[in-house]
Design a protein around this ligand. Structure first.
Ligand SMILES: NC(=O)c1ccc[n+]([C@@H]2O[C@H](COP(=O)([O-])OP(=O)(O)OC[C@H]3O[C@@H](n4cnc5c(N)ncnc54)[C@H](O)[C@@H]3O)[C@@H](O)[C@H]2O)c1
Length: 363
């Protein structure tokens, strides 16, 4: 199969779909790999390394897409890239269609076959291709949240850290899956008091088994419990996920009124449309905005801040699936593996994933 790896064009996005190691692995198996010129140079993967690994360097995105049967990338295509997509092309990447319904419709109309990393499942129901980026985003959520609590960043002017004889600061984490668990661990390591909210009792129980009861409270998520938790908090991290669907709005605009000015809210779920009603997507160049005196951080590609770590982590999990799609051909690979098939979001202008369909039908 001819596999194309374009440069990412989203704001501050320096990850790349395939490392030179992955290229070597695939080209040794007989596949032809095309890499856009300088696509990996910002993270130290230079064209020479790709050539040595067996790839051919292509000067423009347009030529790369034209010559490829399958595109492997990281972020969802932005509207400038839609002109490259076509009916007989497969796109394997994060798609997050429910996060941007307006543009999703246009992307679907290209007829491209879109397999989304974030809805591929595994035997135990987890999301193997979302998990490594959620692991990174969950840790970063605590880091950027703490940073934006600094007074000069319009935060409350408090430090989440170790101070003798001073009450711990309060961090609320709503949605305690892969990302949320990482945020909890970071917050506890930094001496915070953590309030964890989730709608899954079994998740809350499992977390209690691993984090115990010191400096942490496990709370079933309802409107009332969310409101009382965020009222007391310095930092609120939203990391809920319902597979493929637009994120539920767990914090409404009204709820901001009784919060303390300078509280920081990090909406990790912003790639799925955001779990705070007041959220709107931001970029690494301009990551925050203030509403009701609350600092909102809503960057849709948080792992883009650590592109080398993120590219390596992503390739470890995507490579077996890419190999399978390339070796067997897309149709056979999808028909033989129901978990990979759960990744199929769009084909021939139709929405193939039930969760995505339900979210997009609402608009
Ligand atoms: N912004 C970014 O750059 C970035 C990067 C990686 C992941 N993400 C996003 O982070 C989100 C979380 O991903 P994850 O892998 O941790 O998901 P996950 O499935 O592991 O965890 C989601 C959790 O949310 C809980 N939940 C669902 N609905 C809820 C509700 N109404 N109230 C409270 N809890 C609820 C679930 O029970 C689950 O525990 C996803 O939307 C993912 O796309 C964003």
């Amino acid at each position: 199969m001819i596999i194309g790896v374009p440069a990412e064009v989203k704001n501050n996005e320096n990850r790349i779909g395939l490392t030179p190691y992955s290229v070597k692995y695939l080209s040794t198996s007989g596949h032809e790999i095309l890499v856009e010129k300088d696509a990996g140079k910002n993270i130290g993967y230079f064209d020479d390394q790709y050539i040595q690994a067996g790839a051919k360097i292509i000067n423009t995105a347009s030529d790369l897409y034209k010559s490829s049967e399958m595109i492997v990338k990281v972020k969802e295509p932005i509207p400038d890239e839609y002109c490259y997509l076509r009916n007989d092309l497969t796109l394997f990447t994060y798609l997050h269609l429910a996060g941007d319904p307006e543009n999703a419709k246009k992307l679907i109309d290209t007829g491209v076959t879109g397999i989304a990393y974030e809805t591929v499942t595994s035997e135990d129901g987890s999301m193997p291709l979302l998990a490594p980026m959620s692991t990174i985003a969950g840790q970063l959520a605590f880091v950027v949240g703490s940073y934006h609590l600094l007074k000069q960043n319009k935060g409350k002017g408090v430090m989440i850290g170790k101070m003798e004889d001073i009450e711990p600061r309060v961090v609320t984490v709503i949605g305690a899956g892969v990302a949320g668990t990482q945020s909890i661990a970071k917050a506890l390591d930094n001496n915070a008091f953590v309030k964890v909210l989730d709608t899954s009792q079994s998740k809350l129980q499992k977390l209690e088994e691993s984090f115990g009861s010191k400096n942490i409270e496990y709370i079933f998520s309802t409107n009332d419990s969310v409101q009382s938790s965020i009222n007391d908090s310095d930092l609120v991290i939203g990391s809920v996920y319902v597979v493929g669907k637009e994120a539920p709005k767990v914090v409404t605009k009204d709820m901001l009124i009784s919060m303390n000015p300078g509280t920081v809210m990090v909406d990790v779920s912003i790639d799925q449309g955001g779990c705070f009603e007041s959220s709107r997507p931001t970029t690494h160049d301009s990551p925050t905005f203030i509403q009701n005196d609350i600092v909102h951080y809503c960057v849709t590609n948080m792992p883009g801040a650590v592109p080398l770590t993120a590219t390596e982590a992503l390739n470890k999990v995507t490579l077996p699936y890419i190999q399978d799609l390339a070796n067997k051909g897309v149709d056979i690979a999808l028909s033989e593996d129901e978990h990979l098939r759960n990744g199929l979001n769009i084909k021939d202008g139709n929405i193939m994933h039930q969760g995505v369909k339900e979210s997009l039908e609402k608009i």
